[in-house]
Design a protein around this ligand. Structure first.
Ligand SMILES: Cc1cc2nc3c(=O)[nH]c(=O)nc-3n(C[C@H](O)[C@H](O)[C@H](O)COP(=O)(O)OP(=O)(O)OC[C@H]3O[C@@H](n4cnc5c(N)ncnc54)[C@H](O)[C@@H]3O)c2cc1C
Length: 248
């Protein structure tokens, strides 16, 4: 199926941390539909060759809160990245950005959610999980228990602090664990649970004994996604309980 290309304009560009920004794109049309968890692919002015200009980004907005044709994205910079250079040094408010999509199968099934759901993510891999959790909460759709396990290096890197706090306080049956891989100080109390180490440790602690009634949604860079998937299979989970989105 040929994807539709959309024209959009940059209407917000805000730094969330040193290395992470929140941008908003406003589309010209109002016929855009997507599922929470999906991504779009931007054609950025970063290379002469078309295919080398394309970069994918998960949609942070949930379909329920989508209005005024505005989509939110959370973008992390990478060393020597071409898109990174564009986003941090060249892009200006009002810039035209063309994108295609939505795409991807990293979203919740349409059928009744009978299993617990565990979202496992690192860095901006939290974005599609955030959209799915918001959508569940805002739409009033029934779900069992949700556990978000979010890995990042330092406490200061958590770019969704207030959202995590809100989830703990206001979203029924949703729990967040933040795994800090480099932090040595023990910072407590905190509105969400903090563990020290990689997401893998947190998963081992909570999910080592396999059960039928749980589905895992894993999103981030390849090393983490591969390692977590491998561990879950070794614990005895079935392939169809494990859903992944690879960022690269
Ligand atoms: C389906 C999908 C959804 C995505 N959603 C998001 C999102 O919501 N937010 C987001 O920030 N990114 C997301 N990405 C990643 C994004 O598409 C780009 O890969 C990222 O922004 C880096 O692009 P760049 O042009 O700056 O780097 P490039 O120019 O492509 O890469 C420059 C160099 O950095 C290396 N590199 C790339 N990534 C990393 C990294 N994480 N750490 C260290 N080195 C790296 C590359 O191997 C290369 O050597 C997504 C990717 C996919 C496939």
């Amino acid at each position: 199926m040929a994807w539709t290309w959309y024209n959009s304009r940059l209407v917000k560009n805000k730094d969330l941390t040193e290395n992470v920004k929140h941008i908003q794109l406003q589309m010209e049309t109002n016929d855009f539909e997507f599922k929470a968890g999906q991504f779009i692919t931007m054609d950025l002015p970063i290379h002469e060759k078309r295919l080398k200009r394309w970069r994918s980004y998960s949609i942070a907005t949930s379909p329920h809160e989508f209005s005024n044709n505005i989509l939110d994205f959370i973008i992390a910079g990478v060393p020597d990245g071409l898109a990174t250079k564009y986003f941090w040094e060249e892009m200006e408010l009002g810039a035209n950005i063309k994108f295609k999509g939505p795409a991807g199968v990293f979203h919740l099934p349409k059928v009744e959610l009978e299993n617990d759901i565990v979202f496992i993510c690192t860095g901006t891999g939290i974005v599609p999980c955030l959209s799915m959790m918001n959508q569940l909460h805002q739409s009033g759709r029934k779900y069992k228990n949700i556990h978000l396990i979010f890995g990042t290096r330092w406490l200061k890197n958590i770019f969704v602090n207030s959202w995590l706090k809100k989830v703990e306080e206001e979203f029924p049956n949703m729990q967040c664990t933040v795994a800090l891989s480099r932090e040595e100080r023990h910072i407590n109390p905190h509105p969400f649970e903090i563990t020290y180490g990689y997401v893998q440790h947190s998963i081992e602690e909570n999910y080592k004994s396999p059960r039928e009634n749980v589905d895992f949604y894993i999103c981030g860079w390849q090393a983490m996604v591969d390692d977590v998937s491998k561990n879950l299979k070794a614990y005895g989970y079935r392939e169809n309980q494990i859903h992944v989105e690879l960022y690269g």
